[in-house]
Design a protein around this ligand. Structure first.
Ligand SMILES: Cc1cc2nc3c(=O)[nH]c(=O)nc-3n(C[C@H](O)[C@H](O)[C@H](O)COP(=O)(O)OP(=O)(O)OC[C@H]3O[C@@H](n4cnc5c(N)ncnc54)[C@H](O)[C@@H]3O)c2cc1C
Length: 432
């Protein structure tokens, strides 16, 4: 049984959509097409951290070598904390279970995910405008597809199953009648890169071997040692989390560019290492600007899919369109990778021809975990900085932070599917 021959349309070719496409090939779904609105595949210029729980899945796809070439080698620890004002060491969290955390440029992760995908499955310039539901019995008798997808360029596509991987502002989600608005979290992030040669030697030495977090009042600056020296992809990825009222947001979009000066304003009295990082950002940015993004959240969602009246057809969400989370535990992409293998495995190996049961099982397996990640990521954001400068060092307990995150990192979605899916899926020819 299963739904291996169904026409599956993925809307959105970001890290979530591309992770699902890899999972679909791995699981053996035969007829999957991806539609992306942009005229080329690309990611924002920023680093990303892919933790062990997601690396287990990427390694199963056969992407390990490719990813390691452009990712950080095993680091000294998972994260080191420093006081914003003095730069003094506050504590650290050890690495979690193997495979170790990989820090890399988002574009390099997207390239690796694209590597094994047949080019004829990828369609660019396809901005979803609307979905026709061809749901009546007459239409069904006439052999019409369950869904006709309309794109901005005037073309259409047919599908039995639509997977909405189109991000936090998802159009597919809206098409499902979910019109709630994302909520501003109170923080913006400034993102950029620094070449180690643009830093003082002692700052470079501090930042190269580990992820460092300078904790400040209602603000923190994370420095990710992304990439790999052997392939010349190594750089320091900077993410400055700063509290700002939404009124100060000038751009129409959530993503814009800002003067480095604005970040500098926030950290003017911070330690010399942070000043050195700001100066490194300036050296690497000819126009003196960097990426700035407002951080939005959504409450967890109860409706992850809808069914068509036509048998074995439905629309389902994956990635930020359904389980977006604040980035304070580095899990948004990791959750999309886990959800991708879960949905693909369920669609391929489901024992019956009841799609509704299969999609309900997908939601039941994934929702408790993604809801918990969303909730604990919000809390982690509070712990990452502090409202009170005098508490910056006192009462700070990295071991407790580590304990809080173990359940995320040590989980294997592959094992969980085998356990929870034993009664519902046929794993005889499965690769999980
Ligand atoms: C500051 C910051 C740091 C982060 N760090 C990490 C981290 O270290 N680790 C981690 O795991 N996660 C991290 N995340 C989260 C991560 O970025 C997201 O969870 C992830 O990118 C979601 O992927 P997605 O494919 O679901 O959505 P998106 O990346 O938003 O991709 C959506 C895609 O859909 C396309 N699209 C949109 N609308 C349409 C349409 N109408 N028609 C066709 N295509 C459309 C878009 O062009 C885009 O390509 C971070 C997030 C932020 C903001």
């Amino acid at each position: 049984m299963g739904f291996e021959d169904k026409r599956i349309a993925i809307i959105g070719g970001g890290l979530g959509g591309m992770a699902f496409l890899n999972a679909a090939s791995y699981a053996g779904l035969k007829n999957v097409q991806l539609y992306e609105q942009a005229h080329q595949f690309g990611e924002v210029g920023a680093g990303v951290s892919i933790t062990s729980n997601a690396n287990r899945v990427l390694d199963a796809f056969g992407l390990k070598e490719s990813l390691l070439r452009k990712s950080s080698p095993q680091l000294e620890c998972y994260m080191e904390y420093r006081n914003y004002k003095t730069g003094d060491y506050l504590g650290h969290i050890n690495e979690f279970s193997s495979p170790h955390n990989r820090l890399l440029h988002r574009a390099h992760l997207l390239d690796a995910l694209k590597e094994r995908v047949p080019k004829d499955r990828l369609h660019l310039n396809k901005r979803l405008l609307s979905i026709d539901r061809n749901g009546s019995s007459e239409v069904e008798k006439a052999g019409a597809p369950p869904y006709t997808i309309h794109f901005e360029d005037g073309t259409t596509a047919e599908a039995d199953i639509i997977i909405g991987c189109d991000g936090i502002k998802s159009k597919v989600r809206q098409e499902m009648g979910l019109v709630d608005k994302p909520i501003y979290s109170g923080q913006v992030v400034y993102r950029g890169f620094v070449d180690y040669k643009d830093l003082k030697e002692e700052t470079a030495q501090l930042l190269r071997p580990k992820l460092v977090n300078f904790r400040g009042p209602k603000r923190h600056v994370l420095i990710l040692p992304i990439g790999n020296q052997s392939t010349g992809t190594d750089r320091a990825g900077i993410i400055g989390f700063m509290s700002e009222p939404l009124e100060s947001w000038k751009s129409e979009s959530w993503m814009s560019r800002s003067d480095i000066e604005s970040l500098q304003e926030h950290v003017r009295d911070w330690c010399p290492q942070v000043q050195d990082i700001i100066s490194g950002l300036r050296k690497g940015s000819p126009d003196g600007r960097m990426l700035k993004q407002a951080l939005y959240v959504r409450d967890p969602l109860n409706k992850w899919f809808e069914m068509s009246p036509i048998k074995d057809a439905g629309i389902v969400l994956l990635g930020d369109s359904v389980h977006s989370t604040l980035p304070h535990q580095g899990q948004g992409t990791c959750m999309a990778i886990e959800s991708g293998i879960a949905l693909a495995t369920i669609l391929r190996h489901w024992k019956t021809d009841n799609l509704k049961d299969a999609l309900q099982f997908y939601q039941d397996v994934r929702k408790p975990r993604t809801d918990r990640v969303t909730k604990t990521s919000y809390e982690a954001g509070k712990l990452a900085s502090s409202d009170n400068p005098s508490e910056m060092s006192a009462n700070f307990n990295p071991e407790a932070l580590s304990e809080r995150m173990k359940w995320i990192m040590e989980y294997s979605i592959l094992d969980d599917l085998k356990i929870q899916g034993a009664d519902y899926m046929n794993f005889q020819d499965s690769r999980i």
